[in-house]
Design a protein around this ligand. Structure first.
Ligand code: SF4
Ligand code: SF4
Length: 88
């Protein structure tokens, strides 16, 4: 099991509309939650389908996606954790 907690995302999509790097944090955070639910194999396959530039490790932590998040999700920190988990 992992020490991380799932994120409380309500899928408003605001973060994905703001990311200038073309990432889709909303989708990535859904996958992160599924990963923590034990669906690792499925999640790894879904990540592998994404172009490399849209994977969690391509978030450079600018933070512009999370300023308006209605749930104050720590998006870039979570994507960093997710990238780390995927490398294990
Ligand atoms: S802005 Fe926040 S609540 Fe909305 S999709 Fe992104 S992480 Fe989820
Ligand atoms: S913190 Fe990451 S996901 Fe958020 S806008 Fe910046 S590059 Fe995109």
């Amino acid at each position: 099991m992992y020490d991380y907690e799932k994120v409380d995302c309500i899928n408003c999509g605001d973060c994905s509309r703001r990311c200038k790097m073309g990432l889709d944090p909303e989708k990535l955070l859904d996958l992160y939650n599924l990963f923590l639910d034990g669906k690792e194999e499925y999640v790894r396959k879904e990540i592998a389908k994404l172009p490399e530039e849209q994977r969690p490790d391509r978030c450079f932590g600018c933070g512009s996606c999370q300023f308006f998040c209605p749930k104050q999700v720590e998006i870039w920190k979570t994507l960093g954790r997710f990238a780390k988990l995927l490398k294990e």
